[in-house]
Structure formats: structure tokens, C-alpha cells
Design a protein around this ligand. Structure first.
Ligand code: OGA
Ligand code: MN
Length: 213
């Protein structure tokens, strides 16, 4: 190969290729073990520690301009993550995310320039009603990313399943996704309506968005 091209050639990553293909063909991707057991344990502990410090806020609907707490729509509590102030575990998290983002930008011309992530805790009995992840006055969110930090042995009976509402040739179908630890779900923020069903056992996760401009 011409040495100049060799220099800029990069390794194809089969996992990332699968994610991209799934997003292109079905508008979402489910990745098992995006984070391994040890990483889930560390991230889970980081969430629990911060929750103990009482750093979480009741999640607000909408962005800063139209923030209102509406318990009838969502009941989770969240804490935004600060990459510039990340602990060791969060650095590990952002390394993986940044790796994926740079791959997406090199191969898909998505132009992801910004990202935002928050920890989320759904206390028993809470939910997040059907919604879409883009705001009326801000459509920069391109891809939604959810990673589940529940304890191993999480059961479907614990509730809190993510439901994606998909279009199947004009017919609506429901894709039910259980929040098993280490599992990551990525979907198109501007298109996919979704909801979190009521949880019967505290449900932990990190949710984030990859954004343009
Ligand atoms: C959200 C959301 C889904 C989930 O935070 O906007 O839809 O499964 N989360 O936690
Ligand atoms: Mn959402």
C-alpha cells in the first residue's frame, strides 16, 4: 500500500461496525457488555457514592429555558457528569465514549462535536412517560445513549423496561428492552419515541447524547 495511505488507514472495529449498521438499518442498536462486569461495578459505585452525597437533582423536563419538574412525566433523579472533573472511573467511561465518537466521526460523517451525560436513578415506582429526546428549541441531539448499571441478576419482573416505539411499514411496534447491566442502547434521538415503564426495584443508569454543532 502507498505509505501515505497506510499512515491514515485505521483498523476497522467490528463492534462499532455492527453498531453503525444497526443504527442505519433499524434506527437503534443494542450492545451487550459494552461495559464489562468490572466496569459496570465501578460505574455503579460511582453513581451510588454521588447519590449518597445527595448530589442528584430531581430530573427536569426540557432544558434550562423551560425547566419544570413534572413528576407525572418522569420520576428519575439525575446528576450531570463533568468530564473535566472526572474521577478515575468516569475517565474510563469517557475514554470508551470518545473512542466510539471518533470512530463514528471518521466513518459516518456525523459531525459529533458535543456530548452530555448524566447518571440517572429511578426510585421504586417511578417511570418516564413516552417522549422524544430532542427539545423544541434545540435539535442538536443526534444519538441517545443509555447504559444500564443495575446489579447482575436483574430480572424482567423488576420492571423499568425501555420501550422503543418503532415504525414497521406504517404500523407501530414496541421494542421492549430490559435494563440488564452492561447493556448499552443507542438510538436516533430525533426520531424514536420511547418510554421507561414503572420500576419495581431501584434502577441505575447513565444516559447521554451525542450532539452536533
Ligand atoms: C431518558 C431516557 C431511557 C432509559 O433519560 O431520556 O429515555 O432506558 N432514558 O433509561
Ligand atoms: Mn429519553
Amino acid at each position: 500500500m502507498n505509505p501515505i495511505f497506510q499512515d491514515i488507514a485505521f483498523e476497522e472495529n467490528p463492534l462499532y461496525e455492527t453498531i453503525i449498521n444497526d443504527i442505519v438499518s433499524q434506527k437503534y442498536a443494542i450492545v451487550e457488555n459494552f461495559f464489562d462486569e468490572k466496569e459496570v461495578q465501578l460505574l455503579r459505585q460511582s453513581l451510588i457514592d454521588k447519590h449518597k452525597e445527595d448530589a442528584f437533582k430531581k430530573a427536569a423536563i426540557g432544558n434550562k429555558l423551560n425547566a419544570t419538574i413534572v413528576k407525572t412525566i418522569r420520576g428519575d433523579v439525575i446528576l450531570w457528569m463533568d468530564e473535566s472533573n472526572a474521577n478515575t472511573t468516569e475517565k474510563l467511561f469517557f475514554d470508551k465514549i470518545n473512542n466510539l465518537v471518533s470512530y463514528l466521526n471518521r466513518t459516518c460523517f456525523l459531525g459529533i462535536l458535543h456530548k452530555e451525560f448524566h447518571y440517572a436513578l429511578y426510585p421504586k415506582g417511578t417511570f418516564y412517560k413516552r417522549h422524544i429526546d430532542t427539545f423544541q428549541n434545540d435539535d442538536r441531539r443526534k444519538l441517545s445513549f443509555v447504559c444500564y448499571l443495575n446489579e447482575s441478576g436483574w430480572l424482567p419482573e423488576n420492571g423499568g423496561e425501555l420501550v422503543l416505539y418503532l415504525d414497521d411499514n406504517g404500523k407501530e411496534i414496541e421494542k421492549i428492552i430490559y435494563p440488564f447491566p452492561g447493556r448499552v442502547v443507542i438510538f436516533k434521538s430525533q426520531i424514536i419515541e420511547h418510554e421507561v415503564k414503572p420500576v419495581k426495584t431501584e434502577r441505575l443508569s447513565i444516559t447521554g447524547w451525542l450532539k452536533t454543532r
